[in-house]
Design a protein around this ligand. Structure first.
Ligand code: URP
Ligand code: ZN
Ligand code: ZN
Length: 536
């Protein structure tokens, strides 16, 4: 039986090898391989696996349930989930006995091929996604940056960038200025382009930053469109002041980055955004929650019944700021991101908040700049491009930090790495579930196997890795994306152009009942008061 399975798999892979060599995209793919992405020969020749796959005997984990069952996949979809599924010889069979079979990760926060701080992030929609697949993430949502404020020009540029995708992806849209055109274009994004979330940067003064007046306009527009407002919450004016203070003190190295934007500024902006969202009565999503200060504001708001989502990122969950003080510039600069990675203690508090439901899902903020790019800030920390990696490491690190340590269950793991993201962005249960009819985006994790992270072996184009040397238990041995085996036996089998854009409709569950809250607000006003002029 085992040898028949092996023959089936080899035959299928051979056929796919031949078909990709004959396909029109083969030369383009060859170009990527020549460019030295380092995925080995198999990556250059094989586009995937059989369209029929049976995963046998694993523990199938969903966000609210787990059971031992087989999973049968055909033409990119999950067709059956039940014990003892029988199949014919044309099916690739994967034995998952003793392993977990879970929905592929969905990363809600990435920046692939993003023009930022006089550079462009090194991982594009092929290399970043290939890295993601090797780490068990099968979909990501990237932030479109408008071109000179134009959302249409922005999305056109990102549609081009994403044409080489090898896994499914969606878009958020940043809002960087406000006028009638932007307001109209937001409607186009939601009604025609499948975007249901807009990000407002409260920091990066002089570049992406918006003010409170714009944020209010944006929140109102998001509410009317059923789109989720997202904030990068740091007080950008105060950060600017902090940066000048550091430069005046002669602190020009990477530590100046951390010292110029303390957690209190993240807490203040988080509180402000939360209060403005409450004033407008619209849901709010706080990206990259890095500090206790911001987390506690989210906890307070949720306790009061406000719909606020908090997203920690893997760097904030498992790292502390110690490397920022390293005497080697590149080592320290590698860890520069905003909001900064905080002092020890914040990481553990964010983990606890995640395990108790104060924070809901984990992203990466994957924003890859290599040593040469980081060196742009050798004389001035303000010029170090902000951003760290995580797209490939998130699934392993969250399993090891949260599940292996006993903080959360396997079902919770599925919820915070996949299902909750799918629900928030309104694509559940197509994504984020192992259910009949869901997309066949699946991982097989061996809890008894271990991983070790290194820039020498990762699939990103980066020459550094902020998680260098981290080891843990729980290895993702297989990734299936869109019904194709794309990661198996430590090998990637990906082809540019095989990923699909996932359109995300507005009015997710976060908007349900908001109209009732609006009606309650209006009736609570006891106004306008009908008055008459007294005749006495
Ligand atoms: O340092 C970061 N976070 N870079 C990416 C841009 C952002 O703020 O999300
Ligand atoms: Zn941000
Ligand atoms: Zn980001």
């Amino acid at each position: 039986m085992a040898s028949r399975r092996a023959v089936n798999l080899s035959l299928t892979l051979l056929l796919l090898h031949l078909s990709i060599l004959l396909s029109p995209s083969a030369s383009e793919f060859g170009q990527f391989c020549d460019a030295g992405v380092g995925y080995g020969e198999s990556a250059c020749g094989v586009s995937g696996g059989s369209s029929k796959i049976l995963i046998k005997g694993g523990t199938v984990v969903n966000a609210h349930h787990q059971e031992v069952a087989d999973v049968y996949v055909e033409d990119g979809k999950i067709v059956a989930v039940k014990p003892n599924i029988k199949v014919g010889d044309d099916v690739t069979v994967l034995d998952a006995t003793g392993k977990y079979v879970m929905p592929g990760g969905i990363d809600p926060h990435t920046h692939l091929a993003m023009d930022f701080m006089a550079s462009q992030t090194l991982d594009d929609f092929f290399s970043g996604q290939a890295a993601a697949l090797a780490g068990g993430t099968t979909m990501h949502i990237d932030f479109v940056i408008p071109v000179k404020g134009s959302l249409i020009a922005g999305i056109e540029s990102y549609e081009k960038k994403a044409s080489k995708s090898c896994m499914d992806y969606g878009f958020h849209m940043a809002i960087t200025k406000w006028d009638d055109d932007v307001s109209r274009e937001m409607e186009v994004m939601v009604n025609e382009k499948g975007i249901n979330s807009f990000k407002f940067f409260m920091a990066y003064k002089g570049a992406l930053m918006i003010n409170d007046e714009l944020l209010l306009q944006g929140l109102k527009k998001c509410k009317s469109l059923g789109a989720l407002a997202m904030v990068h919450a740091e007080n950008g004016d105060a950060v600017f002041e902090g940066q000048n203070r550091m430069i005046e003190l002669g602190i020009t190295g990477p530590e100046g980055h951390v010292l110029s934007r303390p957690a209190v500024l993240e807490g203040e902006a988080t509180a402000r955004a939360i209060r403005l969202a409450a004033f407008v009565n619209t849901p709010l999503y706080v990206v990259h929650v890095m500090s206790i200060d911001a987390m506690e504001e989210i906890a307070k708001a949720r306790q009061s019944g406000q719909r606020v989502i908090g997203e920690p990122v893997v760097s904030g969950l498992v790292l502390d700021d110690s490397k920022i003080w390293d005497p080697d510039f590149i080592t320290a600069a590698t860890y520069v991101m905003s909001p900064p990675i905080r002092a020890a203690g914040h990481d553990k508090a964010l983990q606890a908040a995640l395990s108790t439901g104060v924070l809901q899902l984990v992203g990466t903020d994957h924003c890859a700049f290599n040593s040469t790019q980081k060196a742009l800030g050798i004389d001035d920390f303000r010029k170090i491009p902000n951003g760290v990696n995580g797209i490939e490491e998130r699934m392993h690190l969250v399993w090891d930090t949260m599940v292996e340590s006993g903080k959360i269950s396997a079902s919770d793991y599925v919820r915070i790495t996949s299902t909750e993201c799918a629900r928030i962005f309104n694509i559940y249960p197509r994504k984020g579930a192992i259910l009949v009819g869901s997309d066949a985006d699946i991982i097989i994790l061996n809890p008894n196997s271990s991983f070790e992270i290194s820039a020498k072996t990762h699939h990103s184009r980066l020459d550094t890795n902020v998680f260098e040397g981290k080891k843990g238990k729980g290895k993702i041995e297989v990734t299936i994306a869109g019904g194709r085996i794309v990661w198996i036996n430590g090998e990637l089998k990906v082809a540019p152009g095989s990923g699909k854009y996932v359109s995300m409709p507005p009015f997710s569950y976060l908007f349900q009942g908001m109209d009732k809250a609006d009606a309650a607000y209006l009736s609570s006003l006891r106004a306008p008061v009908k008055r008459q002029i007294s005749t006495e």
